[in-house]
Design a protein around this ligand. Structure first.
Ligand code: PLP
Length: 363
């Protein structure tokens, strides 16, 4: 299939020129800041894309699920951090098996949770590298900064555990009111974590890695003294939320969904063949209505059902049945999880496709 016009819809399209520029730019920021880059590959779930990130200088990748790490191990990726509190004996067996095939570390924010993995490694005469999650204000998981030293000391003493460092994720940046607030959150993200690392070291426990990162805060947090690693994920694709947050411009968005207008039942309403099965129902960040933007139009997707994307047609615009449009999704990472393949393009020329090999790995 040589051109986008020849593709059936809905299709997820990744523009390689934009993708490569995004990978290069973040790699350059990390190099300038003197930190290691460990991109979160949950955004794309594609080993070939991870290889581009590694070729650009990343030290390894981050993932959330053991099933994702298994797919990446099969593809020959050698260094993974599961940036998630991994808990449970069933999971420990799989992490142990993975540790024979790759360098792997896990996140933890409790002694009880880490012990479920450490016990299995200890019984096997091995140790799993752990990073302690510290809450820098998102209030999702992670110990409070005040509890970091106590938890780190207890983790460091657990059998089967080797404490590698600390990590945090400023997910609250997605709710920020503007660039100034994002910059403030980014600085705080770096400072809270660097401070926690300093206090843990003062207690006599080595901290090799101080790992921050989200896409909106990456540039700011990686520049804070004491930070050693950054884990942005979404930056490879970007999406309507990143544009709304001011993280990037429309031209920096690599992922779009090619869709067809299947119905125009009223002048103010048009329906696309991409619903929540294609786009997910994730909201626009930091706030705002709708379920995706249509490139080149002011009209937006106002509501979704599974198979239907309903466009509220703005005055002065019109759509015709059979017409094809490009939709910029609210959130690129969740779109990846819904599709077996992404089509690779440069402009309107199709260059191939990648299998989203680690999609749907919920365990
Ligand atoms: C723990 C962790 N680290 C890093 C990231 C990457 O952040 P972003 O998607 O903003 O690039 C995420 C994303 O959810 C995350 O949960």
């Amino acid at each position: 299939v040589p051109f986008l016009d020849d593709l059936d819809t809905p299709s997820v399209v990744v523009d390689l020129d934009v993708l490569e520029a995004n990978i290069g730019r973040m790699a350059a920021h990390a190099k300038e800041s003197g930190v290691r880059l460990r991109p979160h590959a949950k955004t794309h779930k594609i080993p070939e894309l991870a290889r581009l990130q590694l070729a650009a200088g990343s030290t390894g990748i981050s993932l959330a699920k053991i099933g994702e790490a298994e797919v990446f191990a099969d593809a020959g990726i050698e260094d993974v951090f599961l940036a998630y509190p991994v808990v449970g004996a069933k999971k420990a067996d799989r992490v142990l098996a993975l540790s024979q095939r790759m360098r792997i570390a896990i996140g933890a924010d409790s002694v009880a949770g880490a012990a479920t993995i450490g016990d299995v490694f200890h019984a096997a005469g091995r140790r799993i590298e752990v990073l302690l999650k510290v809450d820098c204000g998102y209030h999702r998981v992670g110990v409070s900064p005040e509890a970091a030293v106590t938890t780190a000391s207890r983790l460091a003493e657990l059998p089967g555990i080797a404490l590698r460092g600390v990590f945090t994720h400023a997910g609250h940046a997605y709710h920020a009111s503007g660039r100034d607030e994002i910059d403030r959150i980014a600085r705080t993200e770096g400072e809270i974590l660097a401070q926690a690392a300093a206090e843990i070291r003062a207690a006599g426990i080595p901290v090799a890695e101080v790992s921050v990162g989200s896409t909106p805060t990456a540039r700011g947090s990686m520049g804070v003294a004491g930070v050693t690693e950054c884990r942005p994920g979404n930056y490879v694709y970007h999406d309507a939320s990143q544009v709304s947050l001011g993280t990037c411009g429309l031209g920096d968005c690599a992922m779009t969904v090619l869709a067809t207008v299947v119905s125009v039942p009223a002048p103010e309403r048009a329906v696309l063949d991409c619903g929540s099965k294609t786009l997910s129902s994730d909201p626009l960040r930091p706030r705002g209505e709708g379920h995706g933007w249509i490139l080149g139009r002011k009209s937006r997707l106002a509501s979704l059902s599974e198979e239907h994307g309903v466009v509220r047609v703005e005055p002065g615009e019109s759509f015709r049945v059979g017409e094809r449009v490009r939709v910029l999704p609210n959130h690129a990472c969740v779109v990846s999880n819904l599709h077996d393949r992404v089509v690779l393009a440069r402009g309107d020329r199709v260059e191939g496709e990648w299998r989203v090999a680690a999609r749907g790995r919920v365990r």
